[in-house]
Design a protein around this ligand. Structure first.
Ligand code: HEC
Ligand code: HEC
Length: 481
């Protein structure tokens, strides 16, 4: 009998998808549930709504809005922030050089500093005439839905190389008029980028090679995103769309730096689980600097690029890698302590109306407004904070228009991670050329919304049939973030 009851209880537990936070007591759990439940009162702002990054949220505007640490750092932590910032801005050079602690760049590379891409800690943009500087073109070939690095060019196209070596290619972008949604909003002027790789120096790409352009995302608040409990992410996962809302978010499972399976949180396709791995991958693939995560000091050079291996590496006698873990950890601390900016105009009438439109259109199905971070987070200033990132960190099919395509134009992957929306209104103040969406094609926030399709189809249909004339209010809300 007892076994039977237990069996039934267990069955219920699993079929209800109950995800329990093991960092909280029962009373705390109830409290958290209450403060993170979605509001239905749009007459006034919610408590603490302006403090996107919790109690330590900075309140500074302007060009450097994304470059401040949380207010509540200790003296020692402030020092570490400054050291980490120096490494984030540091310009690496080719080896051998007289400054052995800064060499090892390349041989092939996309940029010489983290900051060149994550402009003022904000997002990048697509290039005009110049070589791509704050965007990365990933390449690879899918075999049975698994993406493998391209045999010749590796994981991404490097548009730069150290003296004496040819960079991999030049890039030309054409912007093509799109009729998408023109039948609903005539004044809409959506254009999508089409890429031509000219002068591929190491051979042509096979036609089934997938091209995936990504502008560098902003890096504010990433420590808080790392501090969201797994169970809060898994609770929103709905792989087979069992609740029938047309949305089937997937928590991507990836390896961390020790080979353990974890939920992917960073990158436009949630390819890395934490900031340490993300930093390692960036040093290795974007700059050609080896480290304990990405151990190859020739970076993204492949066997087919034998010219690469004639150059010396930046490894000196006392270190195993070009970038040691001490430097990695300082950069990770820097990223962890970058605060999202305080929101503006939260109580303005139009902003509240826009918020209502956002909630009613179920943008919140993917852009989850708020969380309370883990009590086990790495630093005090990240622990048990009510935060407002507007992401579920899950992957969603966003439709054919936004999908990656191969050289022949066939769709290869339609899934993207919901990006956090905090800081959206500051993006163009920080970088006036900032683009929106993974590839930066959207010139404005509203264009980004209009490109939504796939799992967001119904959300957009509702928005356009009910609030077509109030899109300015939605925009005001998004710009207040
Ligand atoms: C050549 C440009 C470039 C350079 C240099 C670069 N990044 Fe990035 N970064 C990107 C792009 C593009 C992405 C998105 C990558 C993806 O989705 O695969 C990204 C993603 C990230 C993210 C994840 C943000 C999020 O919310 O998903 C972090 C954190 C990050 N980079 C940190 C760094 C650090 C630290 C360095 C220096 C060690 C660095 N980056 C160097 C372009 C760059
Ligand atoms: C099915 C999930 C889903 C729904 C519903 C959804 N979004 Fe998104 N949103 C995403 C994803 C995924 C992206 C990134 C797509 C890309 O980069 O190509 C995104 C990107 C955005 C961006 C651009 C952010 C940036 O950093 O560039 C904005 C703005 C945005 N969404 C607003 C909205 C609004 C407003 C609604 C409701 C009308 C909405 N979204 C509904 C998943 C969703």
């Amino acid at each position: 009998m007892l076994i039977k009851i237990l069996g039934v209880a267990l069955f219920f537990l699993f079929s209800l998808n109950v995800y329990v936070r093991d960092d909280l007591t029962d009373i705390e759990s109830e409290k958290v549930k209450k403060v993170t439940s979605l509001t239905n009162n749009f007459l006034k702002a919610e408590r603490s709504e302006a403090l996107s990054g919790g109690a330590g949220t900075v309140d500074k505007i302007g060009k450097n809005a994304f470059s401040h640490h949380f207010k509540n750092l200790s003296f020692e932590q402030r020092q570490d922030f400054l050291i980490g910032n120096a490494f984030f801005r540091k310009i690496w050079v080719a080896s051998p050089s007289s400054t052995t602690s800064s060499d090892g760049l390349g041989p092939l590379y996309n940029a010489r500093a983290c900051q060149s891409c994550h402009i003022k800690d904000g997002r990048g943009h697509l290039p005009k005439e110049e070589k791509p500087l704050s965007a990365v073109l990933k390449v690879g070939n899918y075999y049975n839905k698994i993406l493998l690095p391209n045999k010749i060019y590796g994981k991404q196209i490097q548009f730069f190389a150290i003296p004496g070596l040819s960079s991999e290619s030049n890039l030309n972008i054409n912007y093509i008029e799109s009729n998408f949604r023109k039948n609903i909003l005539e004044e809409l002027d959506l254009k999508y980028p089409s890429y031509q790789l000219n002068n591929l120096k190491y051979g042509e790409l096979e036609k089934n090679t997938s091209l995936s352009m990504r502008i560098s995302p902003q890096v504010i608040g990433v420590g808080l995103l790392e501090a969201i409990e797994d169970s809060d992410i898994l609770a929103k996962q709905d792989i087979n769309d069992e609740d029938n809302d047309g949305i089937s978010g997937l928590a991507r499972i990836v390896n961390d730096e020790n080979g353990n399976k974890k939920i992917g949180r960073f990158g436009v396709r949630a390819s890395t689980p934490n900031l340490f791995t993300q930093t390692g991958v960036a040093f290795m693939h974007d700059m050609g600097l080896s480290n304990s995560v990405g151990t190859d000091s020739y970076g993204d050079c492949t066997k087919k690029q034998s010219e690469c291996f004639k150059f010396s590496t930046g490894i000196n006698k006392k270190d195993l890698h070009e970038v040691n873990d001490e430097v990695m950890n300082k950069v990770v601390f820097y990223l962890s302590s970058l605060s999202p900016p305080k929101r503006r105009n939260v109580s303005e009438k139009d902003v509240l109306l826009g918020k209502k439109i956002f909630y009613e259109s179920k943008c919140t199905s993917c852009h989850t407004p708020k969380y309370v971070t883990s009590k086990n987070a790495k630093h005090d200033f990240l622990k048990y904070q009510l935060i407002w990132p507007y992401t579920d960190l899950l992957l969603h099919d966003m439709g054919d228009e936004l999908a990656d395509k191969d050289v022949n134009g066939n769709i290869t992957n339609k899934e993207w991670k919901t990006p956090p929306l905090w800081g959206l209104g500051y993006a163009k103040e920080v970088n006036s050329r900032a683009g929106f969406l993974h590839d930066g094609r959207a010139r404005t926030i509203l264009e980004a919304v209009m490109w939504h399709s796939g799992e967001a189809k119904e959300s957009l249909a509702f928005l356009l049939s009910n609030y077509k004339d109030d899109l300015d209010k939605l925009e005001k809300f998004l710009k207040s973030l």
